[in-house]
Structure formats: structure tokens, C-alpha cells
Write a protein that binds this ligand. Structure first.
Ligand SMILES: O=c1[nH]c(=O)c2nc[nH]c2[nH]1
Ligand SMILES: [Zn+2]
Length: 438
């Protein structure tokens, strides 16, 4: 079993800074003892070195070591259509996303997309992702296969819909159930893969399809659930017309027994107070996708109302409605948007941003015992930010008055080019040599 002492400036949030003002932990000259992929000790380098004088040291000084990022809303089939700017949700789906999603019927095409997708995630420092899969079971197999090959913690499933998309993307309730059940059997709990029951959204899923999803949730106690909710005002109007009996958008999922501790609902830009209260009671998560909300003009996420209601919030890139895989960028955009909301916004510190990009996602997925922070007993899932010499981020890192200031700069200006090493379960899954700039 390999044992390594990683020496680095590291930061993590073992608790939520929305609850605990001292949640951010930082060590300027820190160390993590990792044995067989598991964190066995954390603390200052001098102390850990004295206690473990014979363990080989991996010297990561000069950059920042953070827990691996956790993206709780990202679409596998949309990596090649990032950048469809200037359209609201329903037009963007019709013109940009759905034509590409139809191509996923071809497993060989899906295989190439899976490589682009998983590569994009790990290069951005994402080590765990809740992924909207494909409408085609064969493509979902390709995604899990590639995630397994790379080592990504991947929670995903078959996307199901039976109306208002394109004919080739529609299924039936029976097929949704049968294909979902078979995929659960092949992938759920296999290696690092977990299954998520995934109706696309109530606009495209009849009560029959939602009930088929509910049946899978009942049958398989620990599969996860994900879908979209309250993203765009036009979408909400259409859903209201399709479900005249439902009290609101959340009610369409509640009726089928889909909302609980294992549920992650993306966006929730326009919730009612009733929905927020019920989400808190169900202990489900809202995945906030600030770049997507900006690119599709969906609106400002009411973070303050979520927090006041007690709703758990995590972060998602929402590629390809979003603009890329970087959770540093999502954190920055969340910060910008909350600032722009004035009195109604939440002042997000670097600690909040780090928590949203890491432990909050692990908690959303019920994986907080395994990942999301550098605590003893957790897996060594980590991202090392080491900007190229001569870049502005490198200048900040060399002159920052504290690790927290360096972290703020990482969110403000860091990109996947600064992500030079990524580990999942102790295995290095991505390495980028630092380029010298002129
Ligand atoms: O941002 C989004 N991206 C999608 O692909 C999608 N499908 C339904 N609702 C959606 N929202
Ligand atoms: Zn989405």
C-alpha cells in the first residue's frame, strides 16, 4: 500500500460557513498523510513529518491544495454545444441542445463525447459529478465506462421524457422503468459509480414517466434523484398548464414520490415560499448554476430565501447551458450575482465559495463521509492549483498575505489552466505541466 506525505498550503471547509463562522481551515505549511488513497492524518508539516519520518514527501509548496470539486449539475451530451449564447431556455434546448442529444443514439459518437466530457471535468479539478446522462441507454453505458476508466466519481442515469422534445428522445413509462432498472443493475454501486433517476423536467415528462421514476426510487433504496425545477418563467407557465392539479412545480415531483434527502433539483430560480418550505422539509438540495442562469437569462438565484428557509444549496456548472466545467468560475459568478442583487443578495466569502464547490456537493449526494474535505478517513480527492510563472494568479500566490487571500484570487481568476494535478481516491487522474510564459 502506497503512503505519501503531501506537503502544501491547503484549505478546506469541514463544516458549512453558512452555519459556522470558523468553517474555513487553512494550513500555510500543512501536510496530509495519505495511505492507500485514504487520508490518515492532517495538520502542520513539521508535526506530521516528525511523526512519520520515513514516509516519502510530495512537495506541493507554491500552489494551493483544495478538496476536489463536486459538480452537482452537468449534462454529459452537451459538452460539444457549450457557447450557444443569447437564447432563453426553451429556444436554446430546441436549437442547440436537443439536436446534439439526438446524436447520442449512436454509441460510437457517444463514446467520443464521453471522452470529451470526462476529460473536461477532471481537467477542471472536478472529482465527483452528478451528471445528467443521455436519453439513450447505450450512451449512458459509454459515460459510466469512461468515468470508470478515468476514475471519476460519477452519479448519473438515463434521462427520460415522453413529450415536447423531439420524437427520437421520447420513451414510454414502461421503457423508462425497464431501461432504468437494467442500468441500475449494471452500474449502481459498481466501483465509484452511482445511479440517479433522471426525468428531464416536468415539461417533458408525463405523470406516467414520473411514476415510473417513482417506482425505481421505491425499489432501489439508495439511488439518487435529479431533475430541473423553476428555471425559466416561460417553462414554469407551460408546466402549470400541463399539471393543472399540481399546487406548483415541486408538487409535480412530490406527487410521484421523487423528492427527499437523495434529490437534487437544478436551478430553482423562481421558487414560491411553499416550495422552499417543502424542500427544506424533504431535505433535498437546490443545485445553483450561476453561469447558466446568466447565459440563458434565467434570472438571479434567491440564495438568501433558500438559506432562510433552510434549503441545502450546492453548485453546478450546467454545461452546456453553462459556459464551462470550472467550479472556480461558477463560484465567481455566484459571488457576482449575489453582489448585484444588493440588499437581497448574500455576501459570499472565499470560504462560502469553497464550501459550495466541495463539501456542499458531497452532502447533496450523501457522500460527505467519503469526500468534500480533508478529514481523516476520507478519500484523498484533491485539486492542486499551481499557476504558470508570470501569470497574475502566480503573482498573487507569491505575495498573498494569507491562504484565504490566495483562495479568493483562485476564484477570481483561476481557470483549468491552473489545475496542474488532480487526485481521486489517491490516484492521480490528471497532470498538467506548468507552462512558462514569456
Ligand atoms: O439548463 C437546462 N438545460 C437542459 O438541458 C434542460 N433540460 C430541461 N431543462 C433544462 N435546463
Ligand atoms: Zn441542466
Amino acid at each position: 500500500m502506497t503512503t505519501t506525505l503531501y506537503r502544501a498550503t491547503y484549505l478546506h471547509t469541514p463544516s458549512s460557513p453558512f452555519i459556522d463562522a470558523a468553517a474555513l481551515r487553512a494550513e500555510d505549511d500543512g501536510a496530509l498523510l495519505v495511505e492507500g488513497g485514504v487520508i490518515r492524518a492532517v495538520g502542520g508539516y513539521a508535526d506530521l513529518r516528525a511523526a512519520h519520518p520515513d514516509v516519502p514527501v510530495s512537495d506541493l509548496r507554491g500552489g494551493l491544495l483544495l478538496p476536489g470539486f463536486i459538480d452537482t449539475h452537468v449534462h454529459f451530451p452537451q459538452v460539444r454545444v457549450i457557447g450557444g449564447l443569447g437564447l432563453p431556455l426553451l429556444d436554446w434546448l430546441e436549437q442547440c441542445a436537443l439536436p446534439e442529444e439526438a446524436r447520442m443514439a449512436d454509441a460510437a459518437y457517444a463514446r467520443g463525447v464521453a471522452r470529451d466530457f470526462v476529460g473536461g471535468l477532471v481537467q477542471a479539478g472536478t472529482t465527483t459529478a452528478l451528471v445528467f446522462g443521455s436519453h439513450f441507454a447505450g450512451a449512458v453505458d459509454e459515460l459510466f465506462t469512461e468515468a470508470t476508466r478515468v476514475g471519476l466519481r460519477c452519479v448519473s442515469g438515463l434521462v427520460v421524457s415522453d413529450r415536447l422534445l423531439r420524437g427520437e428522445l421520447h420513451t414510454t413509462p414502461q421503457r423508462a422503468y425497464d431501461e432504468g432498472r437494467a442500468l441500475i443493475g449494471r452500474w449502481h454501486g459498481v466501483g465509484r459509480s452511482l445511479y440517479a433517476v433522471t426525468p428531464r423536467f416536468s415539461l417533458s415528462a408525463s405523470e406516467g414517466v414520473l411514476d415510473a421514476c417513482g417506482a425505481l426510487m421505491q425499489e432501489f433504496g439508495d439511488v439518487r434523484f435529479t431533475s430541473h425545477i423553476n428555471e425559466n418563467t416561460r417553462e414554469i407557465e407551460v408546466v402549470r398548464g400541463l399539471f393543472p392539479e399540481a399546487r406548483d412545480y415541486l408538487g409535480t415531483y412530490e406527487r410521484a414520490g421523487l423528492v427527499g434527502r437523495r434529490s437534487v433539483l437544478a436551478h430553482n430560480v423562481w421558487p414560491t415560499d411553499r416550495e422552499l418550505g417543502a424542500m427544506a422539509e424533504h431535505r433535498c438540495t437546490a443545485a445553483h448554476c450561476p453561469c447558466s442562469n446568466s447565459a440563458l437569462g434565467s434570472g438571479f438565484f434567491p440564495l438568501r430565501r433558500h438559506l432562510d428557509a433552510g434549503v441545502h444549496v450546492s453548485l453546478g456548472s450546467d454545461v452546456g447551458g453553462g459556459t464551462g466545467f470550472s467550479l472556480l468560475k461558477e463560484g465567481l459568478q455566484a459571488h457576482f450575482m449575489q453582489n448585484l442583487m444588493g440588499e437581497g443578495g448574500v455576501d459570499l466569502s472565499p470560504a462560502h465559495l469553497l464550501y459550495l464547490a466541495t463539501l456542499a456537493g458531497a452532502q447533496a449526494l450523501g457522500l460527505e463521509g467519503q469526500t468534500g474535505s480533508f478529514e481523516v478517513g476520507k478519500q484523498f480527492d484533491a485539486v492542486y492549483l499551481s499557476p504558470a510563472p508570470g501569470t497574475p494568479l502566480d503573482a498573487v500566490f507569491r505575495h498573498a498575505s494569507s491562504a484565504e487571500r490566495a483562495l479568493a484570487a483562485a476564484f477570481a481568476t483561476g481557470t483549468p489552466a491552473d489545475v496542474t494535478r488532480v487526485w481521486i481516491g489517491g490516484a492521480e487522474v490528471h497532470t498538467r505541466s506548468t507552462r512558462q510564459t514569456a
